[in-house]
Structure formats: structure tokens, C-alpha cells
Design a protein around this ligand. Structure first.
Ligand code: HEC
Ligand code: HEC
Length: 404
């Protein structure tokens, strides 16, 4: 997904965030090293999703956004829309290590779930979009995702009478505007949260319902907050510090073995402004580096939020782990997989990641606790795609002809 079209002001803001994130990281690692130990914020229940003042939510906007989210005509050849890679019955994500891509490509990263995405001020695995609106635009246009072209997508909206009517009602425009597509989709996404009837057991527990977790999960929670140290990064109401860390994820072998994956991998190096040397030599995803261009950010990714993970396997930015048991084994071994592989940038690996010495029973308790981050599955009937119609009826055209 292309990030090379961000406006200069956004770049400045992004740089500021990068600097802030770097210093938080430095402080965290300093405290981990034993100096000035500050306790991380405790896990807290998820609040209401924030709604930005420049994209207020209305039921009509949400309904339109839902239709557009499921409509592949928001994309290049009308085959690959948002829901194509964010399938409701695959956790609103895609259940393979790498996401499927635009026809003729595979993606290079694991598809993230859209569930709870509204809460994240920085989206994507390496935080390259700063809102749902910017994310949606990048997704629909990115070469290995939607690969859409603004004018074509806008023209399609214009010849779908139901959309014309709905855009007019919601945005007051005579003709649908492409930027309003991103607003509507974002309004829909902001309703897709693990709140209300989809509240997760952990949140119920944290709000006082002690029956929401069983004994094993309560033991797992103690490990999460203590011996296993997960709370150092997965903390607060979002279960993430929103910071970037290298936890030791090894490269996905498909980059060595699969031609299509290799094509996308090289394309992304190029699109993300990699150096000539890096473009030729890179063998793994450099993550946050592509934004900061600092070598100490190689292999760092946004701490993943943990809610709804029961439905979103496989895990990590490159989908290398298929089960939560594997994830816990990886952390227990100090950020090393079962074949002894780790990040290609061990110099950047977080000092918070180290062998944990968990017994088999403790590992099971921790996995059981991770289950408490997921509640009921969020399902919905896919909306019908409204049909195209000619802009003018035959009679209107004939009348116009006669006037001439
Ligand atoms: C071809 C597959 C594909 C398509 C099409 C696609 N996505 Fe994605 N989506 C992904 C992948 C893969 C990621 C992670 C990419 C990354 O981090 O670089 C992602 C990330 C996201 C995220 C970030 C979630 C987070 O936690 O930060 C959101 C939100 C999202 N997509 C919404 C959308 C919307 C809206 C559309 C339609 C306009 C869309 N996607 C189209 C595959 C796709
Ligand atoms: C140093 C910070 C840090 C610590 C400590 C940490 N994590 Fe993570 N966690 C991350 C980051 C960063 C990612 C995303 C890594 C990537 O994709 O490369 C992640 C990803 C995950 C994922 C995958 C989620 C998904 O949607 O793919 C799970 C599950 C997880 N962590 C659980 C845990 C558990 C359990 C512990 C404690 C044993 C733990 N984490 C400790 C930072 C941390």
C-alpha cells in the first residue's frame, strides 16, 4: 500500500510521532534494564470508539459505508474490495500467513482485522496511516490491495442510481465524490467494535463481573501481568502501548520460495523508499524503518492489540504463527521459533523479550487467558450490490437529440 503520497504536513506530524515513539521506547528499555522502573498501565476495559469531529456518524452514513465496504467496485477491476481481504467469517481479516492480494499479486503482510481499528491512531502493522479515512484510501488504491484509480471508482459510483441517491442524502452532493467514499467506509468501521453485545470476557471481568473468567484464565492473567511480562507492551484499554518493538519475528520463508511473494516483497521495498542497497539485500520486512529510516527501527512493528484474536489466525505481521500456543512458545523461548530462528536484526530486539521459564501448565494458563480477549463472533449479512444503470434513459437521449 503506497505511502509515498502523504502531504508534507503529515510527514512533519509523522516525524514528530516517530521521535516521541522512539523516546518512549528508550524509556521502556531503560526501565527494563533496571533504571527508574515505571509500572506499565494496567489492562482496562475498552471504552467507546472515538469519532472525529470532521466525520460525524449518522445511521445513513454507516449504512452507505457498509455497502461500500462490501462492494468490490471500490477497487481496480471491480474484483477486490475491502471485504475481499477482510472476510467476516475469517475474523474480518484473511486466514493465511500473507493476505491475498490484488489479482496477479499476493500481499506481503498478514491481513489485519478491521474490528476495533477505529481506536488506533496509527494503522497498519508499521503504523503508516494515521486514521481510518487515510487507511481506506491507501487500501483501495495500493498496488497489491485494491489497485483502484480515483476517477474510475468515482465514475462507477455515479452510474449506480442507489449510490447517487444515498451520497446525496448523506453528503449533500449531486454526484458522489471519491473522498466521501473513505468517510462513509470509516464511519462503518467505527461501528465494528468489541463493545456492547460483542464485549469480550476480559472487559466484563475488569468491569467487576468476576464470573467472566474461569480460574485457569485468572492464573493466566497473573502470568500476563507478572512472570511472562506481556503487560510491558500489551497494556491499557487497547492492550497495546501503540509503540513499535522488534520482538524477534523471523522472516517468512515464502520470500525465499514463492515467486509472487518475492515480487511483492521487492515492489514494497521500492514503494517504501528503501535504499538501493536495501532494495537488493533485504530478506525480511524492515517494518517501522520504512517510516523513520533509522536502522535501529528495523524489524519493529506496532504492538498488536489482542481483542478478537481468537478469530484472526495466523498471527504477526507476516503470519508465521498459526496458533496462540505457538505464539506463547515463541515468547517463552525468548523470541525464537521452534526451529531456532529469530529476527534478522537481533541488535534491535527488545530487551523485554527474553526466555520466560514458563512450565507447560503455565503456558496453558496463559493461552487460556488470551482466549478472554475474544467474545462472540461478529457476523452480518452481506448487503446486496446495487446495480448500474445508464445515466440517461433512451427517451431522454432522444429528446436531447431533437433539441439540437
Ligand atoms: C488485497 C487485500 C486487501 C484489501 C483489498 C484491503 N485490505 Fe485492509 N489490510 C490488508 C492487509 C494485508 C493489511 C495490513 C497491511 C500492512 O500493515 O501493511 C490491512 C490493514 C487494514 C487496516 C488496519 C487495521 C489496524 O489494526 O491497523 C484496516 C482498518 C483495513 N485494512 C481496512 C481496509 C479497507 C477499509 C479496505 C477497502 C477500502 C481494505 N482494507 C482493503 C489487506 C487488504
Ligand atoms: C516488547 C513488547 C512486547 C512484549 C513484552 C510482548 N509483546 Fe506481544 N506483540 C508485540 C508486538 C510488537 C507484536 C507484533 C509483532 C510483529 O508482528 O512482528 C506482538 C504480537 C503479539 C500477538 C499477535 C497478535 C496478532 O494479531 O497477530 C500476540 C498473540 C501477542 N503478541 C501476545 C503476547 C503475549 C502472550 C506476551 C507475553 C508472553 C507478549 N505478547 C509480550 C509486542 C510485545
Amino acid at each position: 500500500m503506497s505511502v509515498n503520497k502523504i502531504a508534507p504536513t503529515l510527514v512533519a506530524a509523522a516525524v514528530a510521532t516517530v521521535l516521541a515513539a522512539g523516546s518512549v521506547q528508550a524509556a521502556n528499555e531503560a526501565s527494563a534494564a533496571g533504571t527508574a522502573k515505571a509500572a506499565p498501565p494496567a489492562l482496562a476495559p475498552l471504552g467507546e470508539a472515538p469519532i472525529p469531529p470532521d466525520n460525524k456518524s449518522t445511521p445513513d452514513k454507516v449504512e452507505l459505508g457498509k455497502m461500500l465496504f462490501f462492494d468490490p467496485r471500490v477497487g481496480g477491476d471491480a474484483s477486490t474490495g475491502c471485504s475481499t481481504c477482510h472476510e467476516p467469517d475469517q475474523g474480518w481479516a484473511w486466514a493465511e500467513d500473507f493476505s491475498r492480494g490484488y489479482p496477479g499479486t499476493v500481499h506481503w503482510r498478514n491481513s489485519q482485522s478491521i474490528i476495533n481499528s477505529a481506536y488506533f491512531p496509527r494503522q497498519f502493522w508499521a503504523g503508516s496511516a494515521s486514521s481510518n479515512e487515510k487507511q481506506a484510501k491507501a487500501a483501495a488504491k495500493g498496488g497489491v490491495a485494491g489497485n483502484g484509480e480515483d476517477d474510475i471508482m468515482e465514475a462507477r459510483m455515479a452510474v449506480i442510481p442507489e449510490y447517487r441517491e444515498r451520497f446525496k442524502k448523506v453528503f449533500g452532493t449531486e454526484w458522489p465524490l471519491i473522498d466521501d467514499v473513505w468517510l462513509a467506509i470509516s464511519a462503518f468501521e467505527r461501528t465494528m467494535n468489541t463493545t456492547g453485545k460483542y464485549e469480550v470476557p476480559l472487559d466484563k471481568y475488569l468491569k467487576g463481573d468476576k464470573s467472566a473468567l474461569d480460574e485457569q484464565q485468572v492464573r493466566g492473567m497473573a502470568l500476563f501481568n507478572g512472570k511472562a511480562g506481556c503487560i510491558n507492551c500489551h497494556n491499557g484499554s487497547l492492550a497495546t502501548d501503540l509503540d513499535y518493538h522488534n520482538i524477534g519475528i523471523p522472516p517468512n520463508k515464502r520470500w525465499e520460495e514463492d515467486g509472487l511473494a518475492q515480487v511483492t516483497f521487492r515492489f514494497e521495498q521500492y514503494a517504501k523508499g528503501q535504499t538501493e542497497e536495501g532494495y537488493r539485500a533485504a530478506k525480511s520486512d524492515w517494518g517501522f524503518y520504512y517510516r523513520s529510516k533509522n536502522k535501529w527501527d528495523r524489524g519493529k512493528f506496532r504492538t498488536a492489540p489482542l481483542r478478537y484474536i481468537e478469530y484472526t489466525a495466523p498471527y504477526m505481521h507476516n503470519g508465521v504463527f498459526y496458533t496462540l500456543e505457538e505464539v506463547v512458545d515463541f515468547y517463552n523461548a525468548g523470541g525464537v521459533d521452534e526451529e531456532g530462528r529469530t529476527t534478522l536484526f537481533p541488535e534491535n530486539k527488545s530487551k523485554l523479550i527474553k526466555p520466560l521459564g514458563l512450565s507447560d501448565e503455565e503456558k496453558e494458563d496463559l493461552v487460556a487467558f488470551l482466549g478472554a480477549f475474544s467474545g462472540p463472533e461478529i457476523t452480518m449479512e452481506k448487503p446486496k450490490q446495487p446495480p448500474y444503470a445508464p445515466l440517461f434513459t433512451k427517451a431522454e437521449l432522444e429528446a436531447a437529440q431533437e433539441e439540437k
